[in-house]
Design a protein around this ligand. Structure first.
Ligand SMILES: [Zn+2]
Length: 177
């Protein structure tokens, strides 16, 4: 199984001429990785965020269907889904990166709370505690430590995503003061 790699596409718009070759009009492409349809359906990158993805109709629908996809899930199901999400890894890596974590107002989002819970941390845990918890889990479940252990790999990915949620949130708080 190929190890998932983070997309290097950070969501900067791609453009190209669309339609006939003589047509000078540039059409913005769907932000979904690998999609060459025109991206004419804006979708917020995060709640309260003015930033938008631009998807084609199909991928906008797909993206919206996943919106708040942690909401209402039991913890175990959410973790399983997070693992599956990371494994399939196709185009939503960066979308998920933004979409998951943002509350936009500096308070803990539901996803952050779930990530903290996953690490067994309290809501007021500082980022040092998060890093420490993540390092402990990474050591425990890293594929290099447990080669071929699929459950460990799943756990590693789940914790890795949870850490990413918290790290991104921490960064936003630093930027916004
Ligand atoms: Zn598309």
């Amino acid at each position: 199984m190929a190890r998932p790699t983070r997309s290097t596409d950070w969501g900067f718009p791609r453009w190209r001429g669309y339609g006939s070759a003589r047509e000078a009009v540039k059409v913005r492409l769907c932000d979904r990785h690998g999609c060459d349809e025109p991206g004419n359906c804006p979708a917020p990158k995060a709640p309260n965020s003015p930033e938008r993805w631009y998807f084609c109709q199909r991928h906008a629908a797909e993206y919206n269907a996943r919106w708040d996809y942690f909401e209402g899930l039991e913890k175990a199901e959410a973790e399983a889904r997070a693992g599956a999400e990371q494994r399939t890894n196709a185009g939503y890596t960066s979308a998920a990166h933004y979409g998951w974590a943002s509350s936009g107002d500096g308070s803990r989002s539901a996803d952050e709370m779930r990530a903290l819970e996953l690490f067994g941390l309290e809501a007021d845990a500082d980022f040092e505690a998060v890093k420490k918890a993540w390092r402990a889990r990474a050591k425990e479940f890293h594929p290099d430590v447990k080669p071929g252990d699929e459950d460990a790999a799943k756990s590693f990915q789940t914790f890795s995503l949870a850490y990413e949620v918290l790290r991104a949130a921490e960064e936003r708080r630093e930027w916004h003061g």
